[in-house]
Write a protein that binds this ligand. Sequence first.
Ligand code: NAP
Length: 294
Amino acid sequence: MAKNIGFIGLGIMGKPMAHNLHKAGHRLFVHARRAESMVPLAQLGCASYATAAEAAAQADVIFIMVSDTHDVKQVLFAEGGVAQGAKPGSVVVDMSTISPTATRHYAARLAERGIAMLDAPVSGGDVGAINGTLSIMVGGKPEVFERVRPLFECMGKNIVHIGDNGAGQVAKACNQIVVGVTIEAVAEALTFARKSGVDVAKVREALLGGFAASRILDVHGKRMLDNNYQPGFKTKLHQKDMNIVMQTAQELGLALPAAALVMQHMNALMGTGDAESDSAAVMKIVERMSGVER
Ligand code: NAP
């Protein structure tokens, strides 16, 4: 059955996700910060609004896909925000990658107004967003998840309800730890091969058939071999996510030494002009430390 859907944030990820909901026959009410970001959806016949509150007022389910924790707070609670427009009984689904702690706080504030919230960050990049094959990690009440599940199915394939509010963001932080630390490991291994005077491409090929095989060795390892760091997933976004990981670790009194090292290497990339490069460019920092030139 067609639903009335609000969609806030129409960037690299939000635009194709909103498009997929529209293609599935739902009625969309959209908002982004800049008017020009709304044009492609408006051209498809979606109603666009100058404020998030106005878009939310039309909708049963309101999706948010903006940059970071601060932006989600603005979209929800600033003047003209979702909380001012959304009807009691509606559901807010935040698909941005943000802090789990802040997420729990926002869910409690919305609940005071009779509005349910799910956190549903994604993995799979712009290609997954365009193809509707995202992996979606969901936190919130199971009955709310079941209500929204058919809409998630328009945008993703691997859709897992992890637990209560914030649990989806915890899963996404875990994802970013594994990806970041594995990028570091692949960069160190391939640099070890190069410094040893061994054919790096052949080492990667051999490792791909054994226990060290991974998507990161395959995809990011290839970028490192080619010295080509076209994104992909930009360093500035990966750094933002590692910052969420480290802040949460601090709140929990949790030591994450490998993730902390990766965070420092991403800080170094940000400071040396690689904010827009794929985060596989961690290889450049590893190489520089040992004087590897190519
Ligand atoms: P993006 O291209 O920068 O898009 C962000 C969108 O949010 C833009 O449309 C922007 O509006 C809007 N926005 C930001 N702050 C806003 C505010 N205060 N009020 C209203 N609209 C606001 O980012 P993205 O790549 O789509 O990423 C979105 C989220 O998905 C991030 O949390 C990111 O970490 C996560 N993610 C990204 C990827 C990826 O591969 N890109 C993969 C997985 C997860 P304007 O267009 O008007 O500026």
